[in-house]
Design a protein around this ligand. Sequence first.
Ligand code: UDH
Length: 295
Amino acid sequence: VIFLFSMKIMVLEKYFEKINFTAFSIHSPYNIQLNVPLDNEFKNERMSFGGHNKPENCIALQKIAIVIPFRNRESHLKIWLHNMHPFLQKQQADYGIYVIEQHGNLPFNRAKLLNIGYKEALKEYDYNCFIFSDVDIIPMDQRNLYRCSTNPKHMAHALDKFNFRLLYATLFGGVVAFTKEQFLKVNGFSNLFWGWGGEDDDLYKRVITAGMQIERMNNIISKTKAIPHKRDPGNEDNPKSTGFQHVATRNGEPLLEKAARRMYTDGLNSLNYTFIRVMKHRLYTKVLVDIGKPE
Ligand code: UDH
């Protein structure tokens, strides 16, 4: 009996040796590198140009577009890419990175860029999950699965700069994940928030109005690094900010108050922009766009 038992174990060991354990070797905390030397950019020969990668030994259930709003943040982008490619590949993700760059110096519109990223990414691949991420936010725990869920997911609620605490219950900024269906259901982001703040609170209201809830994973798994920086020129506060709740206005009307009523006419279905060009880099796809100016 002992002989047969040990034979069985040997056979099992041989079998398991053949399995690729990449997905199971996930560990915490994730070792974020903030100093990325010029000649030490992340490399993976299997990756396609434009920053798209799929797992080698399985077919992933979700096809994930990671969309980043962008202007003049090259140093953050470099750090983000260097850390996030290995992170996503360990999680066996089928993903592509889309950096949506706002052309010119007019006020920044984060939400509009993210809507554009959704549309532009779908022109390239059949994505069914969209993760909208700031360029300066990096997860600190490899167990923080960059995947969509049954409800829209808030993934940047435990930021180091806020002592890993949720600042307020309806916070929905930094990194959020939507399936294609969920994003269509809320008609995407509002296009009307120019400058810093408010667009994420508006998105929260859309989610609730559409009958969904926000999901958040526990605070330990969700620990996240926000790279410190100063406020960018062209991204000044929306008018009349009150602490962290922003009261952006348009023609004197507070936008947030009317979020629920506006959501079906302001968003993906009213999005207009001028496509300038797409640039395929080794680690990402950059789409340069002219998004106009505040009305
Ligand atoms: N961004 C640029 N260039 C700019 C401005 C913004 O690339 O000139 C992008 C970038 O991806 C950045 C994101 O927009 O990460 C958000 O802008 P931010 O970094 O200035 O925002 P902040 O770090 O966000 O202040 C913190 C969110 C928590 C508070 C949310 C309250 N509603």
